[in-house]
Design a protein around this ligand. Structure first.
Ligand code: NAP
Ligand code: ZN
Length: 350
């Protein structure tokens, strides 16, 4: 077993502290990644605080993992020692069910072993995430990272990147699409970058007027303060596609009303409480309300390769792991430009 340093919470209302644990030895199909950076996703906060009611403690969060391959198993072919690799939101699945075969392993019908707050395929051994010094993962569930220039800014692509890239592709956003991105946080700012890169006309809907200049710098064409009811009304029936990246309670109907004929609004944000939807918000203009969950390994690799080609990374603020509580508080307040990334050296040296 491999002795590993981590940072964990022991209960929903507990503070983070050092947590030593063991990773499995490197098996034939495994790689060992020495973690260099890990992004801080709002899902880490929801789960560390048990806001979704499914938390397993002690919890070592983190599913935006990048680092270097330190050791490979004898059957590994995709990686060699010294390569850069990433791990996203899950580390294993059955590989043979209908959804795994359709390359959406995140919905595995047997069991999707999520990177943390979950169990391995035995449904007993807890999984621990990227707020740690190293991880052992099957090579098929690790991603190849070729653009290594700014590794820390690539980490958030493993969740925030794929979660926004995947629905934009699925709903065929492209040249001429009129797209709205709701909530300019970690997911939202990646959504803006991708939608702009795909040729869409992009409007950011935000509760934070102070983010207007940033939105424009990210490439957005328009910026709307969502609290401004008149401005919202004036935009009724205009959008082809809206991606809702909001982490807290808000009115979905106000955004559904902005969709034109056959338009779709896709939820990726997961607020703690369910939101009411009025049937008329959907009936008018034959609208659709959809959802999208991260993305499979194939799509995640496609997204990373697309980012490498287009020079797309995340806008980040680097922190030491000891600053994690403060980073959570600032994320909840919407005060992050636009993703915190943990420098794992701060944990190694702790
Ligand atoms: P984040 O960085 O905290 O961004 C969320 C944004 O939502 C904030 O920046 C803020 O943007 C807006 N917001 C916050 N509180 C709000 C409120 N009370 N009313 C209206 N808007 C508010 O979070 P994230 O990491 O991007 O994650 C966003 C959500 O997606 C989380 O719920 C997370 O769990 C979920 N998620 C889902 C998936 C998936 O597979 N579907 C994957 C990853 C994450 P403005 O300041 O611009 O208003
Ligand atoms: Zn995430």
């Amino acid at each position: 077993m491999l002795q590993t340093k981590g940072y964990a919470v022991e209960a929903a209302n507990a503070k983070f502290k050092n947590f030593d644990f063991e990773r499995r030895d490197v098996g034939a199909n495994d790689i060992l990644i020495e973690i260099e950076f890990c992004g801080v996703c709002h899902s880490d906060i929801h789960q560390a605080r048990n806001e979704w009611g499914n938390s397993i403690f002690p919890m070592v969060p983190g599913h935006e993992i990048v680092g270097r391959v330190k050791q490979i198993g004898e059957a590994v072919s995709k990686f060699k020692e010294g390569d850069y690799a990433g791990v996203g939101c899950f580390v294993d699945s059955c590989g043979t069910c209908e959804t795994c075969q359709a390359d959406v392993e995140q919905f595995c019908q047997v069991h999707c072993a999520q990177t943390y707050n979950s169990t391995e395929m035995d449904e007993k051994t807890p999984t621990y995430g990227g707020y740690s010094t190293q991880i052992v993962v099957k090579e098929d569930y690790a991603l190849k990272i070729t653009d290594t220039e700014n590794l820390a800014a690539i980490a958030p692509l493993l969740c925030a990147g794929i979660t926004t890239y995947s629905p934009l592709r699925k709903f065929k956003v492209g040249e001429g699409s009129k797209v709205g991105i709701v909530g300019l946080g970690g997911l939202g700012h990646m959504g803006v970058k991708f939608a702009v890169s795909m040729g869409a006309d992009v409007t950011v809907f935000s509760t934070s007027p102070s983010k207007e200049a940033d939105a424009k710098k990210l490439g957005a064409h328009h910026f709307v303060v969502s609290k401004n009811e008149e401005e919202m009304k004036a935009l009724g029936g205009q959008f082809d596609f809206i991606l809702d990246c909001v982490s807290a309670e808000h009115d979905l109907n106000a955004y559904l009303n902005l969709l034109r004929l056959d338009g779709t609004m896709c939820l990726v944000g997961v607020p703690e409480k369910p939101a009411p939807v009025h049937a008329f918000s959907l009936i008018q203009n034959n609208r659709s309300l959809a959802g999208s969950g991260i993305g499979g390994i194939k799509d995640t690799q496609e997204m990373l390769d697309y980012c490498a080609e287009k020079g797309i990374t995340s806008d980040i603020e680097m922190i030491n792991i000891q600053d994690i509580e403060n980073a959570y508080e600032r994320t909840i307040k919407g005060d992050v430009r636009y993703r915190f990334v943990i420098d794992i050296a701060s944990l190694k040296n702790a």
